[in-house]
Design a protein around this ligand. Structure first.
Ligand code: DAH
Length: 344
């Protein structure tokens, strides 16, 4: 190989080796292999050479060209690898960084109280019953001893869908449904659910709220069973030392009917703002199942007796947590709801 060719190859390989970027490498490549490259100049000069010279020099300059090409190729791969490595270095993932945390939702305070009540009653051998929120007049009123035109309907003036269908005004219709389904057998159920009434919407009233109904029908059921059950309930909900008292009341589907008060859990019964200085807080309505209801549902009131009760879940929850406005339950304000995180 001529001295000249050797020099060109040496020079090109050194430059290729020193190239720092793809751009630089491409420039070097086109300089040494292009039409105006020193190699091309030598080839042009061969025009006047002998055949022998043409052969040896032609082969040699091809060798040089190939050496340059393969050096470029190798350098290109090395540069590409370096680029990828640099990028990987920059984008390094730190597996020790803390992950993103997701906010877990919480069970709504009303549902927390419902679940707690259900647990208490399941522990006493009750089953959970359910009924439709769109109810027929017969179950919502008539089977419960409230015939058409009965004045007790006025208190529950409601949302009618037609003359005989309405949004249920109480969970009590589930009493009649359960008794009919049980076909004369003993019944022991609680039923939580939404109810609807035309009402003012203010701090303590809402046109939609939640009730918790209880019903026991069996032989030899007396008012002391009712009192024992509700005492235990109040102790579980409001503290071990709670006592209850009955005040005479009226509900069409119970006889006798009572309002149930619990001794104030804030002052212990001495009198404070919570209990309006009476020592007692009204929490629910109850009574012995009216013979008319038993009869309408196929039970002989001479043989079977029962007790029933109905409580407002919002009221119990508000008392328990000192919530001052019923509307907090329905506005989905995270600041309110998150205070009940992890309670259940
Ligand atoms: N259903 C009644 C109401 O909405 C509450 C009630 C009272 C339910 C006495 C009962 C009961 O089961 O025995 O006001």
């Amino acid at each position: 190989m001529s001295h000249q060719l050797e020099n060109i190859q040496q020079e090109a390989l050194t430059k290729i080796e020193q190239a720092k970027t793809m751009l630089e490498l491409n420039e070097i490549r086109s300089y040494y292999t292009g039409k105006k490259s020193p190699l091309a100049e030598i080839m042009k000069g061969l025009a006047t050479a002998t055949i022998e010279e043409k052969k040896t020099l032609g082969a040699a300059s091809n060798q040089v060209k190939q050496a340059i090409e393969s050096a470029v190729m190798a350098k290109r791969m090395a540069l590409e690898e370096a680029i990828i490595n640099a990028q990987l270095e920059k984008e390094e993932i730190d597996v020790t960084l803390p992950g993103y945390s997701f906010k877990k939702g919480t069970i709504h305070p009303l549902n927390q109280v419902i679940e707690e009540l259900e647990d208490i009653f399941i522990g006493m051998g009750y089953s959970i019953a359910e009924g439709p929120e769109v109810e027929v007049d017969v179950f919502n009123f008539e089977m419960l001893n409230v015939p058409k035109g009965h004045p007790a309907r006025d208190m529950q003036d409601s949302f009618y869908i037609n003359e005989n269908v309405l949004m249920r005004t109480q969970t009590s219709p589930v009493q009649a449904r359960t008794l009919l389904e049980a076909g004369g057998k003993p019944v022991k159920i609680v039923c939580p659910g939404k109810v609807y009434r035309r009402d003012d919407d203010d701090a303590t009233h809402s046109h939609q709220f939640t009730q918790f109904e209880g019903l026991v029908v069996d032989k030899h059921i007396t008012m002391s069973d009712l009192k024992g059950t509700l005492s235990l309930l109040m102790q579980k909900m409001f503290g071990e030392n709670r006592r209850i008292r009955f005040k005479p009341s009226y509900f069409p589907f119970t006889e006798p009917s009572v309002e149930v008060d619990v001794s104030c859990f804030k002052c212990g019964g001495k009198g404070c703002s919570m209990c309006k200085h009476t020592g007692w807080i009204e929490v629910l309505g109850a009574g012995m199942v009216h013979p008319h209801v038993l009869k309408a549902c196929g039970y002989d009131p001479e043989v079977y007796q029962g007790f029933a009760f109905g409580a407002g879940i919002e009221r119990i929850t508000m008392l328990r947590y000192g919530i001052d406005d019923i509307r907090h339950f329905y506005t989905n304000d995270y600041r309110f709801l998150k205070q009940f995180e992890g309670d259940r």
